[in-house]
Design a protein around this ligand. Structure first.
Ligand code: NDP
Length: 328
């Protein structure tokens, strides 16, 4: 099911106070979009930089516990790994029957890290876009697509409330797909664990092969992604389609791309992805990640340090500086 602008109204949020808990990437964008859509938005944040930012943006800012207690609809927009603890301490005890709890990620519900009380609506509105672009698109009269799901419908109005939130954030301007929390979790984690490592491995493999063959490393890196030509090609893939965008390339390029693609053996990639998906579905990854957090992120730090000190990344960083390509 896909919902568009004409399928939704703000009606289910009439007379309701919406609390955005967390004023970071998604929180700031979604709070500002909803406010500009005419929704009564308050912010819940601990006292620090984001608190000041929300105040400077014109919001009434409360502690997370107070904002939750004042609101009818609560958007949980703090990082997934801190949500269970903050939920347990500040949010769960301040939600009342009839309130709506809105997640932007399926993770903590899928893996039962958060188990809201029975009288509360539990829904998902998950933009498929980083926060800054959620805001930019909205200001431009457009919106980022989003996934919507209902896990618990205590009021009988959970779905229409979720759709109203998606509408207020600007997502129905593009399209809102109704799905389940588990599907959001699986596909989100597969982008991170299945797809990204394959992309990055292709870049690494090319670097290794061309460096061995005597190509200057900076030339390989500029050609691969640092010049941003590849980013523009991906942009065209997303707006025209993978094959249609080939019209923008020479026939030599088209023949080479299509020939390479048709001769490539995808089975090892499929096998890698099947293994990742199995660990996601069984909860093995979620358990490993919980252990990693409990042990102080030791493995995460050592993996990151290993790549940061590799020849590939050191060359990448030097090339960014040498060509003035660095940008926040
Ligand atoms: P951020 O990392 O940007 O969240 C930062 C906010 O969380 C800040 O307000 C920060 O407060 C607060 N926060 C961080 N740690 C704590 C803590 N221990 N206690 C209280 N508050 C804390 O999160 P995102 O916006 O990236 O993600 C929010 C949700 O949106 C997640 O569920 C995520 O999966 C989902 N999502 C994210 C997307 C993205 O593009 N990033 C895309 C789609 C969904 P302070 O300023 O005090 O640090």
């Amino acid at each position: 099911l896909i919902y568009h602008e004409t399928d939704a109204t703000l009606g289910p949020l009439d007379e309701k106070i919406v609390a955005v808990v967390g004023y970071g990437n998604q929180g700031r964008a979604q709070a500002r979009n909803m406010c500009d859509s005419g929704v009564d938005v308050i912010v819940g944040n601990r006292e620090d930089g984001s608190h000041e930012q929300a105040t400077a943006d014109g919001f009434e800012v409360y502690s997370i516990a107070d904002a939750t207690a004042r609101a009818d609809v609560v958007l949980l927009l703090i990082p997934d790994e801190v949500q269970p603890e903050i939920y347990q301490r500040d949010i769960g005890p301040n939600l009342e029957a009839g309130d709506t709890l809105v997640f932007a990620s399926g993770y903590n519900v899928t893996y039962e890290r958060i188990d809201p009380a029975d009288g509360i609506d539990v829904v998902l509105v998950a933009p498929r876009m980083i926060g800054t672009v959620v805001r930019e698109l909205y200001e431009d009269g457009r919106g980022a697509p989003a996934l919507l799901a209902v896990e618990q419908d205590a009021s009988g109005a959970a779905q229409s409330r979720a759709l109203a939130v998606a509408h207020a954030v600007g997502a129905t301007r593009s399209g809102v797909v109704e799905t389940e929390f588990e599907t959001e979790t699986r596909t989100d984690l597969m982008s991170e664990q299945g797809l990204f490592p394959v992309f990055a491995s292709a870049l690494l493999a090319r670097f290794e092969v061309e460096t061995e063959a005597g190509v200057p490393p900076a030339v390989t890196l500029l050609e691969s992604y640092l010049s941003r030509e590849m980013a523009h090609i991906f942009e065209k893939c997303a707006t025209q389609g993978i094959v249609s965008q080939m019209d923008l390339h020479s026939q030599t390029s088209q023949y080479g791309q299509l020939l390479g693609l048709s001769e490539f053996d995808r089975e090892p990639i499929r096998e890698f992805m099947r293994e990742r998906l199995a660990a996601i579905d069984s909860g093995e990854f979620a358990d490993e990640w919980a252990d990693e957090q409990a042990s102080g992120y030791e493995r995460l730090s050592s993996l990151r340090e290993g790549y940061e000190s590799s020849e590939f990344i050191e060359t990448e960083q030097a090339t960014l500086d040498a060509f003035g390509l660095r940008k926040d």
